[in-house]
Design a protein around this ligand. Structure first.
Ligand code: SF4
Length: 290
């Protein structure tokens, strides 16, 4: 039974009505990175990815089984190295090549666009601001495109406490919440003389957030399926929790607790960009048996 878009009543005692958000499954950037990695693995015993290829432990486990292994830091080279969809800085790419890795770049085109825009703003003389998480690999990669000369801002509250140049160029981490980006842009616009904004939020993230927001308003309980290390999944969870207080973040169906649901509850399911369809199907199957 396909999970996508389904709206079924469970056959178990709880008689749950299950609604799965449209557009779940891997985003295009993750699909592309996995395809590239599998193609590379087909030509070698083992290929390496710089960090887990995607932020989903269950998929990474499967990838390891077919020879795509995550690497914590660069070693002595000699193997194929996949740059994951989050991208990497030019310095890291250069270091990897110097050490003898065959670099295969699977940076998502949306991330590449954010990198290019950061560089463009820097060349145009703007003080570059990235709205995103300082420690996220994508943000680190973008930051290093301009030699680290950027300010990373996570929220409008934080923006209130910072000093900015008179000319500010703003871009977004591709998976940041649309509202967060808008509020930071509004805050900086009050204080800088000139502001140039590139909205680099990926369109797929924006759509996923919007669908999650709508679904959260229509259900009694909402399950957000995805890796705990996945920033975009955690963001979906916080977004949904503001609308549906009975929101739970799970990685797999085994984490479902039947006490979350009352008889005849309507349960919504949303999933992060790195959550495969089969994990969502597992959740639906489990709910139907409660
Ligand atoms: S969420 Fe968007 S930016 Fe991130 S990998 Fe997917 S398509 Fe690319």
């Amino acid at each position: 039974m396909p999970a996508k878009g389904c709206r079924k009543q469970s056959k178990g005692n709880k008689r749950l009505k299950v609604r799965v958000s449209k557009g779940i499954g891997f985003c295009s950037g993750v699909t592309r990175a996995i395809k590239i990695a599998l193609a590379a693995a087909g030509h070698a015993d083992e290929v390496l990815s710089l960090g887990p290829l995607i932020h989903n432990p269950q998929v990474v486990e499967k990838l390891i089984g077919v020879g795509v292994k995550p690497l914590r830091r660069l070693g002595n080279g000699g193997k194929t190295l996949i740059i994951r969809s989050h991208g990497a800085s030019p310095q890291v790419l250069e270091r990897a090549r110097r050490r003898g890795y065959t670099v295969v770049d699977a940076t998502c085109p949306f991330v590449r666009n954010a990198q290019k825009n950061a560089f463009k703003l820097y060349r145009m003389g703007y003080g570059v601001v990235i709205v995103g998480e300082k420690t996220h690999p994508e943000v680190k990669g973008i930051r290093n495109q301009v030699g680290g000369r950027v300010i990373v801002v996570e929220s409008s509250d934080q923006a209130k406490r910072l000093k900015f140049a008179s000319k500010v160029g703003i871009i977004a981490q591709t998976t940041i919440a649309v509202d967060t980006f808008a509020s930071v842009v509004a805050e900086i616009s009050k204080r800088a003389r000139e502001v140039l904004v590139f909205n680099t939020i990926c369109i797929e993230t924006a759509k996923r957030q919007e669908r999650a927001r709508v679904l959260a308003g229509k259900v009694d309980v909402l399950l957000v399926v995805g890796g705990r290390n996945s920033a975009n999944t955690s963001r979906l969870e916080s977004l949904c929790r503001t609308i549906c207080s009975r929101t739970h973040h799970i990685e797999t169906a085994s984490e479902i607790d039947s006490r979350w649901f009352r008889r005849d509850s309507t349960v919504g399911i949303v999933a992060g960009a790195s959550t495969p369809q089969w994990l969502v199907t597992g959740v639906v199957t489990n709910l139907r048996q409660l």
